[in-house]
Design a protein around this ligand. Structure first.
Ligand SMILES: CC(C)(COP(=O)(O)OP(=O)(O)OC[C@H]1O[C@@H](n2cnc3c(N)ncnc32)[C@H](O)[C@@H]1OP(=O)(O)O)[C@@H](O)C(=O)NCCC(=O)NCCS
Length: 173
C-alpha cells in the first residue's frame, strides 16, 4: 500500500483533514462523545498521511506557552488523532505520532500533552507517553476551569513534567 506522511499548516490543512473527521466522527458518534461540548483550540500544524484514497490518518499539533507549577513551559499539544476505520491497525497513527514527536523536538518543546479516553491509553503508552497524575487547567467560554473529563498524558522532552499543576493558558486541544 502506498502512503506518504506530510506536515501541513494547521488552518490550510483543515480542508484536507475535514473529510476524515466526518468519517471518524459521524453525527451519531458526536452525540455520544464525552467531549462534545468542549470549545477546542485550532491546530498549528497537522501531520497527514496520504493513502490511495485521500487522507487516511491525521494528528494535530498545538504549540502553547503554558505553565507547570507556575513556571513558564513550552508545551506541544496533540489532538485530533484519527485513522480512517478502513485503515486502522496498520501502523498509520503510530507513524504519524512519531513524526509529530520529531516536530516537537525540532521546536525545542519542553513536553507534549494530550487528552484521551481510557481505551486509548495503552496506544499512547506504547509510544512513550504516560498519564499525568496532577491537575490540568485551561480556558473555556465559561472561564478558567480544571479539565478533568479525560486522562491527561505527557511526553517528556526537555522537561519531565512531574509537577502538580499544568495550565494550558488557553483553550484545550
Ligand atoms: C486510536 C487510533 C487513532 C489508532 O489508529 P491506528 O492507525 O489504527 O493505530 P496503529 O495502527 O498505529 O496502532 C493501533 C494498534 O494497532 C497495532 N498495530 C499496528 N500495526 C499493526 C498491524 N500491522 N497489524 C495489527 N496490528 C497493528 C498497534 O500495535 C496498536 O496496538 P496497541 O494499541 O496494542 O498498541 C484509531 O483507532 C482511531 O482513529 N480511533 C478513533 C478516534 C480516536 O479515538 N482517536 C484518539 C483520540 S485520543
Amino acid at each position: 500500500m502506498i502512503s506518504r506522511i506530510a506536515i501541513v499548516d494547521g488552518d490550510a490543512g483543515w480542508a484536507l483533514a475535514e473529510p476524515l473527521d466526518r468519517e471518524c466522527y459521524p453525527p451519531e458518534a458526536m452525540a455520544t462523545v464525552i467531549w462534545r461540548d468542549v470549545t477546542w483550540a485550532h491546530a498549528d500544524k497537522r501531520v497527514v498521511v496520504h493513502g490511495e484514497s485521500g487522507i487516511v490518518c491525521h494528528v494535530g499539533i498545538y504549540f502553547r506557552d503554558g505553565t507547570q507549577d507556575g513556571v513558564s513551559a513550552r508545551i506541544a499539544g496533540i489532538g485530533g488523532v484519527m485513522t480512517s476505520p478502513r485503515m486502522r491497525h496498520t501502523g498509520h497513527a503510530g507513524n504519524a505520532m512519531r513524526r509529530a514527536s520529531d516536530v516537537m523536538r525540532e521546536h525545542e518543546i519542553d513536553f507534549g500533552l494530550l487528552f484521551c479516553e481510557p481505551h486509548n491509553v495503552p496506544f499512547y503508552e506504547h509510544l512513550g507517553w504516560r498519564i499525568f497524575s496532577g491537575e490540568v487547567y485551561c480556558e473555556q467560554p465559561s472561564g478558567h476551569i480544571r479539565f478533568d473529563m479525560m486522562h491527561a498524558m505527557v511526553l517528556p522532552l526537555r522537561l519531565s513534567p512531574e509537577g502538580r499543576v499544568i495550565d494550558l493558558c488557553g483553550l484545550p486541544w
